[in-house]
Write a protein that binds this ligand. Structure first.
Ligand SMILES: [Zn+2]
Length: 395
């Protein structure tokens, strides 16, 4: 899966106000959608619209070149496993950014002065960016993880602690279990203290680096790996040095060491992340279930209730079961959404039948500025409804 870097999003935001044109594409690549032919018709329609709207010929030529590049790119694309949405932003000047997300939206193509970022940021907000710190007494490794992939390596540190410590009398002692003959009893505590001092300095430096990374990258959660995990000595020492901001963001601790293979560290960190996300989902769902039980509560369950809340602008957080999909009707003019009606009550127009109706519901929620949370794990009581919403207010 393509990596989504915090800095890439900043570059994208920098296109705002530059006058464009920017092509923004949201392509639903959920199997088995024929997304390539869908893109061809989106491009065809967009070209006709731009011509009808009397857009300047030279500008249209530049946009056409971008659309051709996008089409060639997507024609070559094999949707990677787990990807449901491709979001792509490109300009005639060669700007090109691509995001692959595990959640879907309806396919749309925009050509505007600014990139159309809102749906992307709303979806990205759902997923926590983790910083993983793995440390032992002398070494440390730091990286960020996003959407299940290692995003950025922030370094491998080796403290300057020598593996032996000279006492200045010309005789070197090796490791913590040291001492020669009669000196042993005297030297050992001194050396132990040196090693302890070095370890403290090392852990202090490591936690400072982590805090520095936090200030720069604003990750959401911290995961720590240390020998013997939370029960180990290193972790308890390290925890004392952790800035309170970071301690408040701790998602969990796993047993691990900095020089373990990367895929193994990633596997262990992901297990912690999954458990954390599962717990967050549990919290959200219990709140939703609780709120929807009372008649004055700020929660609704089931598509019919969610739709009526959405039409009245009540939705604060839309909660969607990842696998929930059902058909419905949409007004192509004003995006009125319904399960039952034949004609749009707002404009009187004919409604269009869509298979992936839930994607339209998610899009509408985002357009209204609501938060969206996809639920990836199984919660029988919630899954029976498939969708729900926490409300801003009751009517
Ligand atoms: Zn309508």
């Amino acid at each position: 899966m393509a990596v989504i870097r915090a800095r890439a999003l900043e570059e994208l935001l920098e296109l705002e106000g530059k006058g464009g044109p920017v092509v923004s594409l949201y392509l639903n690549v959920t199997p088995p959608r024929p997304f390539k032919s869908e893109l061809h018709s989106l491009i065809h329609e967009k070209r006709e619209r731009l011509a009808e709207a009397g857009v300047d010929k030279d500008l249209r030529r530049r946009v056409d070149a971008v659309l051709d590049r996008i089409r060639a790119h997507v024609d070559e694309l094999r949707a990677p496993e787990g990807t449901r949405l491709l979001a792509l932003f490109a300009t005639p000047d060669g700007f090109w950014q691509e995001y692959r997300l595990p959640v879907a939206l309806p396919s749309r193509l925009y050509v505007e002065p600014d990139p159309y970022i809102r749906p992307l940021t709303a979806l990205l907000d759902e997923f926590d960016r983790y910083c993983v710190l793995v440390a032992d007494a002398r070494k440390a490794r730091l990286f960020t993880m996003y959407l299940g992939e290692i995003e950025e390596h922030l370094g491998f540190f080796e403290s300057d602690t020598p593996s032996w410590i000279s006492e200045g009398d010309g005789r070197a002692a090796r490791g913590p279990a040291v001492g020669v003959g009669a000196w042993a009893g005297w030297r050992e505590p001194v050396i132990q203290r040196h090693i302890q001092d070095h370890m403290h300095r090392h852990l202090k430096r490591v936690t400072e680096r982590t805090f520095h990374a936090f200030k720069r990258l604003r990750f959401d959660r911290l995961i720590v790996g240390a020998p013997e995990g939370r029960e180990g000595k290193i972790y308890s020492l390290l925890e004392r040095h952790l800035h309170s901001y970071l301690r408040a963001r701790l998602a969990g601790v796993f047993p691990g060491e900095p020089d373990m293979p990367e895929h193994e560290l990633k596997r262990r960190a992901l297990a912690v992340a999954r458990a954390h996300e599962r717990a967050e989902e549990e919290r959200l769902i219990s709140r939703l279930l609780e709120e929807s039980r009372h008649w004055e509560g700020l929660g609704v369950l089931g598509l019919a209730r969610v739709l009526s809340a959405l039409l009245q602008g009540q939705v604060h957080t839309l909660v969607v079961d990842h696998g929930f999909q059902t058909p419905g009707r949409v007004c192509p003019r004003d995006h009125y959404l319904t399960l039952a009606e034949e004609r749009c009550p707002l404009c009187g127009g004919t409604l269009v039948w869509v298979e992936d109706f839930i994607d339209e519901v998610v899009e509408e929620a985002i357009a209204q500025g609501a938060e969206v949370e996809h639920v990836f794990t199984d919660h029988p009581e919630f899954s029976a409804h498939g969708i729900g919403a926490l409300l801003r207010f009751r009517v």
